[in-house]
Design a protein around this ligand. Structure first.
Ligand code: NAD
Length: 310
């Protein structure tokens, strides 16, 4: 029987992933774990444990004792936060991964999900329709850590047969929990301001296109990839995954169709340079061909869901 651990469960992705996994596999079979002392209310329908992903001894003994089959490792410092604390970002993003990869190598875990990001690409990568295999020279601490992580995932798969699966998430848009310090956070914040009837000041320029995705699509993709037969999972570094690509101006116009009085101004900060180094759109044909990925949300449908649920 499946027993799942989601480590880093209280963030933007973890909150929704835990709920979706509990729906599918039963609440008692999905343990949420995070640094946070208290279990957030929205995860209180199942088991929760405080666990530091960097505490090697504790993580090892807990996973071995509880006999988890699948581990989703979500604990990380995100792009904007990582730039402010590079040493710690490297430590957290890499060491936590090695702890889990080694447990799988030793046979204590059957399957790992570890998220990568469009941040693995850099300024020398083709910006439009960025291919799965292309130039990758990330220029952020976060991107460097994700690219290194991808290489190690593939290495553990090839060398030790570790069943590790990964997606290069684009910017994720959700209403159940707040984003955790990324460069695409504006595309969530803008809906909060619109819904509150306030003006929005955007930290990116109006014409900065970035790949994005509504959270429901991202969660469904994650579970579909994890449930795909192993032989269909041909990319063992990380899959490109795409749904939307839009600029701050386009998301503003999508919101204005619903709230005509909404206003936006643009004051780019240090995150503009990060965004400029990332792709504008992604070619995800491997995910489509290998395990049947299809998105369901376009920009207007995302806007409608966000404004309805916030
Ligand atoms: P988040 O910052 O919202 O959540 C991360 C969670 O990890 C937080 O609840 C935090 O308390 C927890 N955490 C941090 N350090 C920990 C530790 N030492 N031990 C245990 N828990 C710890 O991040 P997110 O947006 O949910 O992202 C999850 C993963 O997905 C990350 O690896 C991130 O790089 C990746 N990702 C996210 C996005 C996005 O748009 N949200 C895009 C690409 C990739």
């Amino acid at each position: 029987m499946k027993k799942i651990l989601v480590l880093g469960s209280c963030g933007q992705i973890g909150t929704e992933l835990v709920l979706a996994l509990r729906d599918k596999f039963g609440a008692q079979n999905v343990v949420a774990a995070d640094l946070k002392e208290e279990c957030p209310e929205n995860l209180s329908n199942g088991p929760y444990i405080r666990l530091d992903a960097l505490n090697k001894e504790l993580v090892r003994s807990y996973i071995i004792e509880q006999q988890f089959s699948d581990v989703y490792l979500l604990a990380a410092l995100l792009s904007a936060t990582a730039e402010k604390n590079p040493d710690f970002a490297w430590k957290l993003n890499m060491e936590s991964l090695f702890i889990i990869l080694d447990l799988a190598k030793e046979g204590h875990i059957s399957k790992i999900f570890w998220p990568s990001s469009i941040a693995v690409f850099g300024p020398t990568t083709p910006r439009f329709n960025t291919p799965q295999y292309t130039v990758m020279e990330p220029s952020t601490v976060y991107g460097i850590s994700k690219q290194a992580g991808e290489r190690w995932c593939e290495y553990y798969y090839n060398k030790f047969g570790v069943d590790v699966r990964s997606i290069r998430y684009p910017g994720l848009i959700s209403y159940k929990s707040l984003p955790g310090g990324g460069t695409t956070d504006y595309a969530v914040d803008i809906y909060y301001k619109a819904k509150a009837g306030e003006h929005f000041t955007c930290f990116l320029k109006e014409d900065t296109a970035l790949p994005m995705m509504f959270m429901d699509d991202a969660i469904r993709a994650t579970i579909e990839l994890m449930e795909a037969p192993a032989e269909q999972v041909k990319v063992r570094s990380s899959y490109n995954l795409s749904a939307l690509s839009f600029t701050p101006k386009q998301i503003f116009e999508s919101i204005q169709k619903v709230i005509p009085s909404f206003t936006v101004s643009y004051e780019p900060d240090f995150r503009q340079a990060i965004a400029d180094s990332w792709p504008a759109s992604i070619d995800d044909s491997y995910a489509r061909e290998n395990w049947g990925w299809r998105e369901r949300y376009d920009l207007d449908k995302t806007t409608s869901e966000m404004l309805k649920n916030l």
